[in-house]
Design a protein around this ligand. Structure first.
Ligand code: ADP
Ligand code: MG
Length: 617
């Protein structure tokens, strides 16, 4: 027997079932075909109806379902909430909430539940719960959260700056590393135009690059300068990526990853300037520098081109280095090249070097292993030692000359003493002899010997500079005396034309004599078949006098003229090539100057020198 209470309950349940069945038949599809699971509870929480989606979701058959009560479907910890909403629905309110349910296989599934009260005859008779499976949505949400978190960690801890801008160029987001690199906090630049960060000189380039990204929708990578908050700048490399909306194909924003490359730039610059310095060093080296690989020339500097050529650079490239070395030295040179290739450096060694035109010169060659265009190669230095050899030769000669000079001085002394004695005795003899004609001749010849000896002495001993007032005419006469015999022997006549008598100059007479002797000797040497030398003295101005040495010799060819006066430049077999240089030097020390004119009829040397008018020096 059922109690009256139970009778009421079962009556309500029957009412509900009738109501539901009636509604269901009227709206079959909505119920049966619904994607969402639908379950209908009576007010006691007993299931009275479920749709196929429910059976599928919770894995209970219809028959099993109607045996179930609400609490069987939820975990204990959710029951309070579930009852709360169920209760509210039984009072006519539609409720929606997220909750976990338990399937027949005791699997938990995430659902979004909507409770809708079911009324019949204005009375709530049951609750219809529509269950939406939100497992996937939840999964997606948590995945989105995970990705967001991942991006947050990434952007906040990455050392590069991550910056996003809208298509107008306004900054949307900037990662915290911005403060470290540029000194700006995110708040200070968000909302500003990105050009705020650009170095004025790089703005155009950056705008162009951005334009490319916007129009071609492609990534771009470039480096320029960014201005820091303190006004200084840093070199950055920026990679810009447009973020495009899949559906509309519009750009949503541009993401830039910005890296501080100042240090790299500095290192690059340093490397570059070192390379340039090295290149300058090689290019302007006074020695010929060749870079070769397996004897073949890869590079030659300007000095090398001049020394071995002159020829065009291309004509050197790929030629064998041995082409420029005398065949006698080839075996030795090959051995040395091999040694350099093995990583050894070789010291300077003398070689006969052959130029492009086949002429040769004395050289010294050294080799060092090196790298050229990332390959191992040989760095070869060639030095022209012709001048060095000449200097050494001259040094040896001048050593000899000094000794000869000293000897000359000694001899002059030695000769002078007996000469004085001879002179004395000659005077004695003169007193006893009647015919004195010969004696006068002997006397004058003796005086001449004395004069030459004293000049020899002066020239032999280099002395300190001694400026004194000297009569120019007598200075020239002295020199003429000294050189006359030599001139006459060569069939040369020396004439003096003086337009200004008694002119004096302030000078070191020994040095000036040396100068004049040099000029006269050169003139004599230029006239092997004889001729004449005219020494002209002319007042040039109030302060200056001109002295010309004019010869009738063979002259100096035009192309040689410009080299006259270079140390050691000589056209003579036994010449020193020092005479003109030293003479010029001496005249310049006297505040004067020397000029040379020459043609095939002879040479004119002009010396301009200040006169002593009581004012100068
Ligand atoms: P060196 O006499 O030892 O050769 P110099 O310096 O005195 O050295 O002269 C250099 C060169 O100048 C000579 O070798 C010669 O060719 C040329 N030279 C000098 N003076 C004359 C001259 N009067 N006539 C022709 N050539 C001259
Ligand atoms: Mg000379």
């Amino acid at each position: 027997m059922s109690s009256p209470m139970e009778a009421i309950k079962s009556e309500k349940r029957q009412l509900l079932i009738n109501h539901v069945t009636e509604k269901m038949t009227s709206n079959q599809t909505l119920f049966k075909e619904n994607e969402d699971a639908i379950v209908i509870f009576d007010l006691e929480g007993h299931i009275v109806q479920v749709n196929p989606a429910f059976e599928k979701l919770l894995l209970y058959t219809f028959a099993e379902s109607i045996e179930l009560k609400l609490q069987k479907l939820f975990p204990i910890e959710s029951l309070d909430m579930v009852f709360h909403y169920f209760h509210k629905a039984s009072f006519g309110q539609v409720q929606n909430f997220d909750c976990v349910m338990i399937t027949k296989q005791e699997k938990l599934i995430d659902l979004n539940i909507t409770n809708i009260p079911i009324s019949a005859d204005d009375k709530v008779v049951g609750v219809c719960a529509s269950l939406k499976d939100i497992t996937q949505v939840k999964k997606k949400k948590s995945e989105v959260r995970r990705i967001e978190e991942f991006h947050r960690v990434l952007t906040e801890h990455v050392l590069d700056i991550i910056l996003t801008t809208n298509i107008m160029g306004k900054i949307h987001y900037v990662s915290p590393s911005c403060e470290k690199i540029l000194g700006y906090e995110a708040d200070e630049i968000i909302g500003q135009h990105f050009s705020l960060l650009l170095h004025p000189e790089d703005k155009e380039k950056a705008f162009k690059e951005r334009e490319k990204v916007l129009t071609l929708l492609e990534d771009s990578r470039d480096s320029y300068r960014y201005v820091k908050k303190d006004g200084s700048f840093v070199w950055i490399e920026s990679i810009c990526n447009p973020i495009v909306d899949h559906d509309t194909k519009n750009i949503i924003e541009i993401v830039s990853v910005i890296r501080d490359i100042t240090e790299r730039k500095q290192a690059e610059e340093e490397l570059w300037s070192r390379k340039r310095a090295f290149r300058d060093l090689v290019e302007h080296s006074p020695d010929a520098v060749i870079i070769a690989k397996n004897e073949k020339i890869l590079f030659i500097n300007e000095t090398g081109i001049d020394l071995l050529g002159p020829e065009r650079m291309e004509n050197f490239i790929s030629r064998s280095i041995l082409d420029f070395i005398h065949p006698e030295d080839h075996q030795e040179a090959k051995k040395r090249i091999k040694s350099i290739m093995d990583g050894n450096r070789t010291e300077f060694k003398p070689y006969q070097i052959i130029r492009f035109d086949g002429s040769t010169f004395d050289g010294e060659v050294k080799g060092i292993p090196t790298f050229f265009q990332k390959q191992s190669a040989q760095h070869i230095i060639i030095r022209d030692v012709t001048e060095k050899k000449k200097t050494q030769e001259l040094l040896r000669n001048s050593e000899k000359l000094t000794i000869a000079g000293q000897l000359a001085a000694g001899i002059a002394h030695e000769v002078r003493n007996p000469l004085t004695a001879i002179k004395g005795f000659l005077q004695l003899m003169e007193a006893q002899v009647k015919n004195k004609t010969y004696f006068e001749i002997i006397q004058s010849e003796m005086e001449r010997i004395e004069l030459i000896l004293s000049e020899l002495l002066v020239l032999a001993k280099p002395q300190d500079l001694k400026f004194e007032i000297e009569n120019i005419q007598s200075l020239i006469n002295d020199v003429k005396t000294l050189i006359d015999t030599h001139a006459i022997m060569n069939n040369i006549l020396i004439k003096i034309v003086n337009e200004c008598k008694d002119l004096t100059i302030n000078c070191d007479k020994n040095q000036l004599k040396q100068v004049f002797i040099n000029f006269l000797k050169n003139a004599i040497e230029a006239m092997p078949d004889g001729g004449s030398i005219t020494i002209e003295i002319k007042q040039y101005s109030e302060e200056k006098v001109k002295i010309f040495f004019k010869d009738t010799g063979r002259g100096i060819p035009h192309h040689i003229l410009k080299r006259i006066g270079e140390p050691f430049f000589t056209t003579k077999e036994n010449g020193t090539g020092l005479g003109i240089m030293i003479s010029k030097q001496i005249i310049e020390n006297h505040n004067g100057s020397v000029h040379i004119w020459s043609d095939n009829k002879g040479t004119i040397i002009e010396v301009i020198i200040p006169v002593n008018n009581g004012l100068t020096i």
